[in-house]
Design a protein. Structure first.
Length: 139
């Protein structure tokens, strides 16, 4: 899992930097100076992706989460990715529509909500894994 967490962190670093570049260039091209979801997309990728996966990597290294709760750790890993990518994708769609002067459909908010639900579910699996590891660490 250590390599998966490290690769994931690097992956979100690249995505975050590209999202920032896209925001800057797209807003210039559209001559847009207001607020849109694109303003914060790169920050979400860098914090919820890069930083969080570095934290998960450290916790895996110290507490061996996947050793004590392989299923919960694996479920957390994939569901977290899904939730973050769905959430950020909807930020992109919403932001581009805002910059183009289009009204965002309520479906976009609904799909983004699903991304947040996946993230919440992932954290449940993460804490199951963490507490199982802490229980083993105590013994």
């Amino acid at each position: 899992m250590l390599k998966k967490f490290a690769f994931s962190s690097a992956f979100y670093t690249v995505l975050g930097l590209l999202a920032g570049l896209f925001y800057r260039e797209f807003s210039k091209g559209e001559n847009f100076e207001g607020y849109s979801q694109l303003n914060v997309t790169h920050v979400h990728l860098l914090v919820l992706g890069t930083v969080m996966f570095l934290i998960f990597l450290l916790l895996e290294k110290v507490f061996k989460l996947s050793k004590h709760s392989k299923g919960a750790t694996k479920a957390f890993f994939w569901i977290y990715h899904l939730g973050l990518l769905v959430t950020v994708a909807m930020q992109f769609v919403n932001g581009i529509m805002t910059m183009k002067g289009l009204e965002a459909s309520p479906a976009i908010a609904g799909i983004s909500g699903l991304g947040h639900i996946f993230l919440s579910l992932a954290f449940i699996f993460f804490f199951v894994s963490l507490f199982k590891s802490l229980k083993h660490d105590k013994q």
